[in-house]
Each structure stands twice: as structure tokens, then as C-alpha cells.
Ligand binder design. Sequence first.
Ligand code: MN
Length: 258
Amino acid sequence: MSTILITNDDGTHDPGLLALKRAVEKLADVIVLAPERNRSAVSHQITMHKPLRVKPVVLADGTPAHTCSGSPADCVRLAAGGVLGVKPDLVISGINAGHNMGVDIYYSGTVACAREATINGLPAIAFSSVYPHRATAPIEEIWAACGKIAATLVSNVLQNGLPRQTLLNVNLPDLPYEQLKGLKITRIGSRSYKLEPEQRADPFGQAYYWPMGDGPFDDHDEGTDVGAVAHGYVSITPITLDATNYDFMDELSQRVHM
Ligand code: MN
């Protein structure tokens, strides 16, 4: 029997994690190690200069799990290193509260979990969906849809693996399963945010900021993650670790000389 590590960036007690676990626990042995609190948008942060604590917890379904005091990627590094007594064969993260599409993949702790697994030679899949408070259908139905998709993809990846240095980034629309249009294999799309940090004053008159803004603003181009989800499809983006701009290498070599 294979072992699947389930993790996330929303914290061990996030109901999206439990929904993902329930969807795949019949397919393999499941171990859970996730941050002890919400660590969304910490990207691929890892801990180097202080110790990490791993503690047992019980999930809402009564099953054992573990929390970690570190980042999402720390959880994967610890579990891939065997601290839970068994090394995973596959890492899945999610179901994240909020989509991770376009440029989000660089901010996302959910995607970073999958990326860290890939760095350590493990196949990995990240799952993200709508923010529960913004869902237009009951969130349990949306998670159930995600669970069905997750079970299909997990079975496939356990059987066939993934190419070297490749993870899958999966985003689900705000729809119950029966209303999904289908699956689309996508590329990373165009999503942007308007930077409008809000300045306020603390009780001592010192400025502080809410570093947010407006957005996201998406181009719903055919073939992209944001386009697929906007049109009711499950988006599955294969992402590689190699971020080299090969097209620019020749021109760059002409430009720069000693
Ligand atoms: Mn999150």
C-alpha cells in the first residue's frame, strides 16, 4: 500500500484538508502533517535557524494527524525526511481556501508544498478552490466535487507517476460535481493585482499598512488556468521546476561580455 502525505497552508484544522483526506483515504495509507495555524501566502518559506515542533492532534473525524510549528514547505520537508515514521510516496496539499492560479503560484503555500515534494523527488498535486465564504453553492458540494477529481488524479498518479521535476496544480470552479463542464489541461494564465496598500495610524500615531489592494484581475484566455475555471472547467496545470527562459538565452549571451 502506498502512503500519501496530506498537507496544506491553511492549518491542520481547516475543513478543506479533511475533505481532501476523506476523498483519498481509501486509496492509500494517509498521513497528515500541516501547519498549526493558517500560513497562507507564505510561499516557499523554509525554517533554518530555529527548531520545529511536531505535535499530534485529532482531526474533526476523530483520526490522528500532526501539526508543525513551521511553514507549509517545512511540513513537506519533515515528512519527506521520515519524521512521521514512514516516507510518503505522494504528497497532496489542499483543498485550499481560494484559487491558486496565474501569479498566485508564487505566493501560495499550497503550491509550495507540492513544489517542495517535487524538489525531493516525490510526485505531488496541489488542490485549490473557491473561498468558502464566497462560494455560490454549498461548500460541502464543491469540496465533494474536488474530492471526486482528487481521487481520480491520485489514483492515476499513484499508478503512473509524474515526469521528473513536475507537479500538478489543480483548481476547481465554484460548482457542484454535476455542473462541472469537464477537465482542461492548462497553462499558467494571466492574473494581476492592483497594489493599493492602505495606510492607517496606530494609537501612538505611527503609520501601519494593510498591504492589500484590488483584484484579482484575470485574462480569461483559452487554455489557461484562470480561463478554464471561469468557464466552469477543472484546471489541471503541469508545472515544472525549471523556470529558465530558454528563448532569451541566445540574445542574452550576445548582450553580455566580460
Ligand atoms: Mn491557504
